[in-house]
Ligand binder design. Structure first.
Ligand code: SAM
Ligand code: SF4
Ligand code: SF4
Length: 335
C-alpha cells in the first residue's frame, strides 16, 4: 500500500549504518578530539545483527523500498559484510544495493562484494595530494593512491563506481581540478558535496562552505560550460551537469540549495534506531521490537506509522534562528 509522509514524500531509500567505527578521523565528520581512544563506541551486542538488518529491509519492501545503501562509520570494517549483502540480495532481488566507503579497504574486498550481489560503490575521496588527504582524513596509514587502487579494483570487478568529495574552503578547494581529472579519466561520475553542519562535533561554520555554484565555476574554467541535466528520478539528491564531452559532475547542495521537498530517505543506525532525517535528534528504536520477537508485519506497521508522521525539512529551515536540539552524529546514523 502507498506510503507517504506528511509532505507526500514516499520512503524509497534506506541507508543502513552497520558500524559506528571508522579507520579515518575526517575532521568534518569524526574529529579526533571527540572520537579518540576514550570514545564509547557501540559494543558488539548493541549492533543490529545481519538477521535483524535483513528483517528490517524485508519489512520495508512492501512499502515501496527501492534502494538500500550500506554505510557507517566505515562499513568495510564490519566482519563478513558480504554475508549481509547476500542476505539483502536474497530478500530483495530487485533492490538497488549500494555501499558508501572511504575506499581504504576496497581493493581487498571489491571482487567479493560484487560476487555477493552489490551493485555499486560510492567512494569518498577529498584530495589527490597526500598531504591534504591525510590532513582531512587525519590518518597516516593510507594515501590517495590506495583509494584510487580500490576504485580501479571495483571497476574491474564490475561494480558501478561514483566518487564523493566534500569541499571545504581553504582546505581542499585546490583539489577540485585534480579530482575531476582522475574521475574523467576513468569515466566515472564525481559528486561534490557542500560541507554540512551534521552532528555536533565538527565546529561547522558557514564560512567554510563552498557552494555548488562556486565549484561549478571552477570546473567550467577547466571543462567549458556545464549543462544541467534533468534528474533521473524524483529524490535524486545530486544535481547533475555534463560537459560537452559527456563527463558527469554532480553537486549535493544541501546548504545552498536544499532538496528536502524530494527527500525519500530513511536511516537505520548501527544500533537499530530509525531516523527520518540526517539532522534528527531522536530516532525510533526498532531494535527493542526486533529483540522482543516482533514479526515482519508488526515492524512494517511501526515503520509506516513513523513515516506517516514525518515532517522533516531541516535543510530548508537551517537558517532559522529558532533554537535546535542536539543532532545525532553522522558516523552513527550513516551518511
Ligand atoms: N566512511 C564512509 C565514507 O566516508 O564514505 C561512509 C560513511 S560517511 C559518514 C558518508 C559520507 O558522508 C562521506 O561521503 C562523507 O564525506 C560524508 N560526510 C561526512 N561528514 C560530512 C559533512 N560534515 N558534510 C558533508 N558530508 C559529510
Ligand atoms: Fe570515517 Fe567516512 Fe566519517 Fe571519514 S566521512 S570519518 S571515513 S565515517
Ligand atoms: Fe532529507 Fe533531512 Fe536532508 Fe532535508 S535535511 S534532505 S529532510 S535528510
Amino acid at each position: 500500500m502507498r506510503l507517504v509522509d506528511r509532505r507526500e514524500r514516499p520512503l524509497h531509500d534506506l541507508r543502513i549504518s552497520i558500524t559506528d567505527r571508522c579507520n579515518f578521523r575526517c575532521t568534518y565528520c569524526m574529529p579526533r578530539e571527540h572520537f579518540g581512544p576514550e570514545h564509547d563506541f557501540l559494543k558488539r551486542d548493541a549492533l543490529l545483527t545481519y538477521e535483524e538488518i535483513t528483517t528490517v529491509v524485508r519489512a520495508l519492501l512492501p512499502t515501496g523500498l527501492r534502494k538500500v545503501r550500506l554505510t557507517g562509520g566505515e562499513p568495510l570494517l564490519r566482519r563478513d559484510i558480504t554475508t549481509l549483502i547476500s542476505m539483502i540480495r536474497e530478500v530483495g532481488p530487485d533492490l538497488d544495493l549500494a555501499l558508501t566507503t572511504n575506499g581504504a579497504l576496497l581493493k581487498r574486498h571489491a571482487v567479493e562484494l560484487q560476487e555477493a550481489g552489490l551493485d555499486r560503490v560510492t567512494v569518498s575521496l577529498d584530495a589527490m595530494d597526500q598531504t591534504v588527504f591525510q590532513a582531512m582524513a587525519d590518518t597516516t596509514q593510507h594515501t590517495p593512491d590506495d583509494i584510487m587502487e580500490g576504485i580501479d579494483h571495483a571497476l574491474s570487478a564490475g561494480l558501478g563506481v561514483k566518487v564523493n568529495t566534500v569541499v571545504q574552503k581553504n582546505i581542499n578547494e585546490e583539489q577540485i581540478p585534480k579530482l575531476a581529472a582522475a574521475c574523467v579519466e576513468r569515466n566515472i561520475p564525481i559528486r561534490f558535496i557542500e560541507y554540512m553542519d551534521v552532528g555536533n562535533t565538527n565546529a561547522w561554520v558557514f564560512d567554510e562552505v563552498v557552494s555548488g555554484a562556486e565549484i561549478r565555476q571552477r570546473l567550467e574554467e577547466q571543462y567549458g560550460v556545464l549543462v544541467p541535466e534533468k534528474p533521473k528520478h524524483k529524490g535524486e539528491v545530486a544535481r547533475r551537469y555534463t560537459t560537452s564531452d559527456g563527463d558527469d559532475f554532480g553537486f549535493i547542495e544541501s546548504v545552498s540549495n536544499p532538496f528536502c521537498g524530494d527527500c525519500t530517505r530513511a536511516r537505520l543506525s548501527a544500533h537499530g534506531s530509525l531516523y527520518t532525517c540526517l539532522f534528527s535528534s531522536k530516532g525510533h528504536d526498532l531494535r527493542a521490537m526486533l529483540r522482543m520477537g516482533a514479526e515482519g508485519s508488526a515492524l512494517s506497521l511501526a515503520i509506516r506509522s513513523i513515516w506517516e508522521r514525518r515532517d522533516d525539512r531541516y535543510s530548508m529551515d537551517r537558517t532559522s534562528t529558532e533554537e535546535k536540539p542536539a543532532k545525532v552524529e553522522m558516523s552513527f546514523i550513516g551518511g
